[in-house]
Design a binder for this molecule. Structure first.
Ligand SMILES: [Zn+2]
Ligand SMILES: [Zn+2]
Length: 132
């Protein structure tokens, strides 16, 4: 059986990523850091094991947004491209080539959610990070 390949690229095309297999999960993150870095109300992260994702073109610029977490972006166009933790490589849904095939499964950092954001979609919601 051939594995699913998820391709991702930034706005200018300098960075390309490739993830293999199904993501572990995908979630809305309403945390302040996601709001600041995206300039929007929340981000949607598609979470893969670290060893399932590789950079196939360009080089991510990295920023330590908290102690154990780096955020990757394109140094040329500024697109958000990644979160790097000890175990995972998260890709924002909007840079994927085929985002509609991703099923989003939860909301995290709901205590920071902006008032206009619709949250009654029946998905599990966590005040801070999810227990998983
Ligand atoms: Zn770019
Ligand atoms: Zn966040």
């Amino acid at each position: 059986m051939t594995e699913i390949i998820h391709k991702a690229s930034c706005m200018c095309g300098e960075i390309e990523l490739e993830a293999t297999g199904r993501p572990n999960y995908a979630e809305y993150c309403h945390c302040k850091t996601c709001q600041k870095s995206s300039g929007s109300s929340f981000m949607v992260w598609v979470v893969f094991d670290k060893d399932k994702v590789r950079t196939i073109k360009g080089q991510l610029s990295l920023y330590n947004s908290s102690a154990n977490l780096k955020r990757g972006f394109c140094g040329n166009c500024g697109s958000n491209m990644s979160i790097h933790t000890e175990k995972c490589f998260d890709i924002p849904i909007g840079v994927l080539e085929d985002p509609d095939q991703i099923e989003i499964t939860q909301h995290i950092w709901v205590k920071r959610a902006l008032k206009h954001v619709y949250l009654d979609d029946g998905l599990p919601k966590y005040d801070e990070g999810a227990p998983n």
